[in-house]
Write a protein that binds this ligand. Sequence first.
Ligand SMILES: Nc1ncnc2c1ncn2[C@@H]1O[C@H](COP(=O)(O)OP(=O)(O)OP(=O)(O)O)[C@@H](O)[C@H]1O
Ligand SMILES: [Mg+2]
Length: 379
Amino acid sequence: MIKLTGITKTFDNGYNALKNIDLICNKGEITALIGPSGCGKTTTMKLMNRLLNPSTGNIFIDGKDISSLDPVELRRSIGYVIQHIGLFPHMTISKNIGVVPKLLKWEKDRIENRVNDLLDLVGLDPETYRERYPSELSGGQQQRIGVIRALAAEPEIILMDEPFSALDPISREQLQDELVRLQKEIKKTIIFVTHDMDEAIKIADKIVLMKDGEIVQQGTPEEILRRPVNDFVENFIGQKRLKQIHDIPTVSEVMVKGTITVSPNCSISKAMKIMESKYLYLLIVVNEDNKLQGYISIFDVVRSFESEHQHVRDIIHPFRHIVDSETLLPKALKAMNDFQYSYLPVVKDDGTLDGLITLESIIEYLGDIYPPVRSGVVV
Ligand SMILES: Nc1ncnc2c1ncn2[C@@H]1O[C@H](COP(=O)(O)OP(=O)(O)OP(=O)(O)O)[C@@H](O)[C@H]1O
Ligand SMILES: [Mg+2]
């Protein structure tokens, strides 16, 4: 088990990269550190094998404070897959894999057998690949070598810093599957840094979400998915996945299409006619590409009597909030309440208007899904 208590890290330039980290990585489990770029994932990892030392706090491995251990020996006892692979380009694959066993003075035969076993383990034929150089391997193959090199000396702990990030989605999924399968056999304590929530959910026993040098939430994938503590975690999980888990309706199920709109170049008097004919007190404004520009209200129209304004573009307001069709309904409702809007525009990624979500459409939707009131029962 790796335990970090009260860890902070301030770099020489005064930058506070980590602020009070308390973390336990259980033995035989995969702990995924996840968070945006610069949040301190690599720094946290480097503290565990003393490539860096903390400014305050302690790190214990199996109860031993690592500040009392020799850093070089410690590093040899911990596997490390560094960000961006980091194979030695001038060494053959077998030399690359055998680096740490050699430093640990293993017999030549033992190293050779180990290299062969490891290559087999990840589906690379030893005969074909042993004597090749890293540049003679594909990206995915190099990543596999990076991973098995970290396993070579049979360490109990392996640190993996975004080991699969440079791969195409298919190779990436393959390697994730391989890691899950491998871990069932080897049961190592693995710390795995990633940017990718799907990856973390797939492989981790525990997920640790970080932001600005702090842990925002930690727990099993299930706990994090079911009970995200704040918007940051929700955003990281993604609306789509939250919906799958909680079966919460999204805006797409509630929105109305075929919105009446005007162009910014339309005259105010014409806009007024549209409002009158449809009994609308607000009109959505889109340009000729159907891109949302904002809205005008009847109040602006009235005020324009006393000014020089003649066109919709002169009296337009931007929306302070928009949603997309994947937004969860409770989130959209909260925004409507916060901004006191009776409707919100639904906008596509390219900025074009998709539809509208209105209080009426929400009432209609909720009316449909709530169970009918039994006749004769007055509530
Ligand atoms: N040696 C250093 N001196 C000063 N600041 C540093 C140093 N190393 C890292 N930092 C800063 O500390 C913060 C955390 O860096 P770290 O490498 O841990 O981020 P990360 O979460 O791994 O990001 P990424 O996902 O981009 O790899 C960053 O803002 C980085 O610029
Ligand atoms: Mg990093």
